[in-house]
Design a protein around this ligand. Structure first.
Ligand code: NAD
Length: 502
């Protein structure tokens, strides 16, 4: 069926309607509202229980009987290279859809998210052509060969904040390794992923290898996680949801990879390059509207430079251009949807009301907008790391600053968190950097840089930020089963149980 997207005035690229693969419209629909104007964008049909069953059956059929799994790695890589080219050819359209559904500035999505999405397909395509197996000859009598096979049908559940990059990372890994997948995008941001999957089929992916199933997580998502036809679940989203998914998947003993929330420390020492640390710190909590799992939203500044750093930080943040996601100079767009906007503002109210904090700027609705879910970029000083605003993920343009005595104090506070996704350290003193690298309890430590990814390197969290890793070797482990084959190298002299029959 066709879904017509109501394009707000000024949208640069007109995406065509979306062909929704899962079937006919159902009574349940998820209404998307454009965050910048609060106007309805589109009603996306929720997938019914019967349609979920049909999608899983189609995925199982594609896996068992379709050509994909049986193609050589080189042939799969060739098709994935076509997927990369197709994504780049549709870059404007994909970026438009994601900007409409998330409110994140178009320039950021067009500049970074779409190219990374394309790269994901090429990277994992090339990777599978270079994977090697193992063999052992420990006893001499046997040759043991270890090979990897696709798991079967993967369920990939994506969040709303960066659907293209995050959805495609897991999708590319899973299909490159020969699996079929069902993608369940967030009910708040399904459009870019829906269009992406159409584009992949147009590029040559056989039918049924990737399907999109839309609808709310609590019903449609949960049905999929518990579905006996799903073999492996790759989830990116909040920690509370991740725990539920792990519990649901446990009854079927399914493999699970969880990329969850964060409340990451951004440590600025006196030995840092001041200007670069300032630039990186601001990017660290404002990029992607601050709606990022890897946001460096707990800023810890060494006492001796704290006054100067905080003053400069506040001045720069007050200068941030908030506005229309499609305006070229916009640095911060609206929060993605009303409930989330209200949640961010509830943290702002708490910052004003509690003696634990001092609001330095923002912590309110952004001024100058009649409509739209705009939050002013916010910097709040916190006196204790144990306070709620330093422990809970706000997921908005919202930084908590703490003054710290020295590196020891910073490390102690940084690790005093239930999360452990990433961390940032700004210093030109090598021993301090090396010590921080060793001590920080986080899956990634960024030294003198804002967020950056190397697709080969593992990405994932310590503690309640997740289980497993994307990248290598985590993606391969999640989406393959290892198989050991043992072959005697000479005829075996087996005992004759039951004797010899004459
Ligand atoms: P969320 O947990 O509310 O939802 C994520 C997805 O799970 C959505 O598709 C949702 O529909 C689905 N879902 C919800 N309940 C479900 C259930 N019971 N069964 C199956 N599926 C269910 O998260 P969100 O609000 O979409 O995203 C924001 C969160 O994601 C933040 O906590 C952020 O830190 C995290 N995140 C983590 C990473 C990472 O790589 N670690 C990346 C991006 C976002």
């Amino acid at each position: 069926m066709k879904i017509d997207v109501n394009l707000p005035h000024g949208t640069p690229i007109l995406p065509h309607g979306l062909d929704w693969a899962a079937g006919e419209a159902q009574p349940g629909q998820s209404r998307l509202i454009y965050a910048a104007t609060e106007e309805p964008l589109v009603d996306v049909p929720d997938t019914s229980e019967a349609q979920v069953d049909a999608a899983v059956a189609r995925a199982r059929h594609a896996f068992a009987n379709g050509p994909w799994r049986k193609l050589t790695a080189a042939d799969r890589a060739r098709i994935l290279a076509k997927c990369e080219a197709a994504v780049l050819a549709h870059a404007d359209e994909l970026a438009t859809l994601q900007a409409l559904e998330t409110g994140i500035p178009y320039a950021q999505i067009r500049g970074m998210h779409v190219s990374r999405t394309a790269e994901n397909f090429r990277f994992f395509g090339e990777l599978v052509t270079s994977l090697s197996g193992e063999s052992y000859e420990q006893t001499g009598r046997y040759l043991s060969i270890v090979t990897r096979e696709p798991v079967g049908v993967g369920l990939l559940i994506a969040p709303w904040n960066a659907p293209l990059v995050l959805g495609s990372m897991k999708m590319a890994a899973a299909i490159a390794l020969g699996n079929s997948v069902i993608v369940k995008p967030s009910e708040y941001a399904p459009l870019a992923i829906m269009r992406l999957v159409e584009i992949l089929e147009e590029a040559g992916l056989p039918p049924g290898v990737v399907q999109v199933v839309t609808g709310p997580g609590a019903s449609v998502g949960s049905q999929l996680v518990r579905h006996p036809g799903i073999d492996v679940v790759g989830f990116i989203g909040g920690t509370a949801t991740g725990k539920r998914i792990m519990a649901d998947a446990a009854s079927g003993l399914k493999k699970v990879g969880l990329e969850l929330g964060g409340k990451s420390a951004n440590i600025v020492l006196a030995s840092a390059d001041f200007e670069r640390a300032l630039d990186g710190t601001i990017l660290g909590f404002l990029a992607g509207n601050g709606e990022q799992c890897l946001s460096g939203s707990r800023i810890m500044v060494e006492d001796s430079i704290a006054d100067r750093f905080i003053e400069a930080l506040v001045a720069r943040v007050e200068n941030v251009k908030v506005g229309d996601p499609f305006a070229a100079d916009t640095e911060l767009g609206p929060m993605a949807f009303r409930a989330h906007y209200e949640r961010v503002l509830s943290f702002a109210q708490e910052a004003h009301a509690s003696p634990d904090y001092r609001v330095l700027t923002g912590a309110k609705r952004a001024e100058g907008f009649e409509r739209g879910y705009y939050v002013a970029p916010t910097v709040v000083e916190a006196f204790e790391n144990s306070t709620r605003l330093c422990q809970e993920e706000v997921f908005g343009p919202f930084a908590m600053v703490q003054r710290v005595r020295d590196l020891d104090d910073a490390l102690q506070r940084a690790n005093d968190s239930e999360f452990g996704l990433v961390s940032y350290i700004w210093s030109n003193d090598l021993p301090s950097v090396m010590r921080a690298r060793r001590e920080l309890q986080a899956g990634t430590v960024w030294v003198n840089t804002p967020m950056s990814r190397d697709l080969r390197a593992p990405f994932g969290g310590y503690k309640q930020s997740g289980i497993g890793r994307d990248g290598l070797p985590g993606s391969v482990e999640l989406f393959t089963e290892e198989k050991t084959t043992m072959i005697p190298q000479e005829p075996l002299d087996l005992p004759k149980v039951g004797g010899t029959l004459s």
